[in-house]
Design a protein around this ligand. Structure first.
Ligand SMILES: Cc1cc2nc3c(=O)[nH]c(=O)nc-3n(C[C@H](O)[C@H](O)[C@H](O)COP(=O)(O)OP(=O)(O)OC[C@H]3O[C@@H](n4cnc5c(N)ncnc54)[C@H](O)[C@@H]3O)c2cc1C
Length: 390
């Protein structure tokens, strides 16, 4: 008898807490590359990477939570929330397997799918997604990395920045310009490619961001790719990249609720136990009001995430639901983690404490996969003009 969706979710939930607690302790203090690889191996051993790849292409069976040729956003969200509760590194290494490989699932050739996706699902190949450039962030029409066709070969030159898994990835799904000029909006002029990490002419330079995260710049100097390494149609790259973001963006909101839930739990424990002025801190009304606000806002964020994830899994367009969830959950997480830091006093800024980590982790979520301002633009467009054509 095959599993029901509820049974699938319950089985995953049961293994996540012990796995997260153990990994949290063992990842502590490792250098970033080691931590990234160890996090991936923990995820792979637990079979969790399989949830980032559709069942039809070697991933886990979601028992109807999504179509067989798609990934379930409800499962992605449930996993990211639970992983983020314990470790930002576990969370990011999990989601990048999907974010970096989904373009292949969506539009890859049968050969690309069978070569890469089962390996991603087993955690044997590390994936990355490369869109951003120094002059192209929120506006992907600014992409300048060029792919020129020479017979059956493409020659790619340019540079990417802020690329997660930079230097550790086995392959990048990368957006490059195949026609037009920078600033043309990108529709019809960008194409997605599958670039192996070992490609000649590709160099990675790492840098650090606020929270532990394998990230850096990629330089492409006449990187030669066969036409068989093109993903999807020539000129259809922007739509493909946006469809990847559309599938994964809700899970950023879910990760935000994971960091926030941890911060709230830490706050509650501290306010119950810490005595000042002869009473537990939690007896003071100012802090009690804070806790109530934190609880309500976090619960609202979790409900928006559930609404958006279910809508995307049902195959609905759901742009407004996803934008609402991403905007609200990430902003609430940053605010809530900051309140938790305040509740813990000096301990809140002690490097490596759970609340200090959550506070740093939550910040970048308001920026990547569409900033808060971009989510507001999407939501306002949906409300004022109705669904866009794209
Ligand atoms: C930790 C981290 C991981 C990342 N990982 C990846 C990755 O794996 N792959 C990848 O391709 N990219 C990645 N990025 C890049 C990320 O997607 C970009 O940083 C993001 O899209 C914003 O682009 P930008 O930084 O160029 O900011 P800009 O687009 O220059 O924006 C700067 C500010 O202006 C605001 N703004 C921009 N346009 C408007 C407007 N029209 N109206 C109002 N405000 C506006 C923005 O909201 C922002 O506050 C990552 C970034 C971070 C921080």
């Amino acid at each position: 008898m095959s599993a029901t969706p509820d049974a699938v979710l319950a089985e995953l939930a049961a293994k996540l807490s012990p796995l997260g607690r153990a990994a949290e302790a063992s990842l502590e203090g490792l250098d970033e590359t080691k931590a990234a690889r160890m996090a991936l191996s923990v995820l792979a051993q637990a079979g969790l990477c399989a949830w980032t790849v559709p069942h039809a292409y070697g991933g886990a069976d979601s028992a109807g939570l999504s179509a067989p040729d798609d990934v379930s956003v409800r499962v992605l969200c449930m996993l990211r929330r639970a992983l983020a509760y314990h470790s930002g590194m576990l969370d990011v290494m999990f989601v990048l397997q999907g974010l970096g490989s989904y373009a292949i699932a969506r539009a890859g050739t049968p050969a690309q799918r069978s070569e890469w996706l089962p390996r991603v699902a087993r955690g044997e190949s590390i994936a990355a997604f490369a869109l951003t450039e120094p002059e192209a962030g929120s506006d992907l029409g600014g992409i300048a990395t060029r792919a020129e066709r020479r017979g059956s070969t493409w020659v790619l030159s340019g540079g990417k920045t802020f690329i997660s898994n930079c230097g550790v990835a086995d392959f990048y799904t990368l957006l490059a310009r195949t026609s037009g000029e920078r600033g043309d909006g990108g529709k019809g002029s960008l194409t997605m490619f599958l670039v192996p990490g070992s490609a000649k002419g590709l160099t990675a330079r790492r840098f650090e961001v606020t929270a532990p995260h394998p990230i850096g710049d990629l330089a492409l100097e006449a990187v030669e790719l066969d036409d068989a390494q093109r993903i999807g149609e020539v000129g259809a790259g922007l739509e493909l990249a946006l469809s990847v973001l559309g599938r994964f963006r809700t899970s950023v909101a879910a990760a935000a609720t994971g960091f926030a839930r941890r911060a709230l739990d830490e706050s509650l424990a501290h306010l119950r136990n810490r005595q000042q002025f002869g009473r537990p801190l939690g007896a003071f009304q100012g802090l009690r009001f804070d806790i109530a606000e934190m609880d309500v806002r976090l619960r609202a964020a979790e409900l928006l995430v559930s609404e958006a994830a279910a809508a995307v899994d049902r195959g609905e367009r759901a742009s407004a639901e996803v934008a609402r969830a991403k905007l609200f959950a990430t902003e609430v997480a940053s605010w809530l983690c900051d309140r938790a830091v305040q509740h813990l006093g000096g301990l809140g800024v002690k490097r490596g404490s759970p609340v200090e980590r959550a506070w740093r982790e939550a910040r970048a979520l308001r920026i990547y996969e569409g900033t808060s301002e971009v989510q507001k633009l999407i939501l306002a467009r949906e409300l004022l003009e109705g669904p866009a054509e794209d």
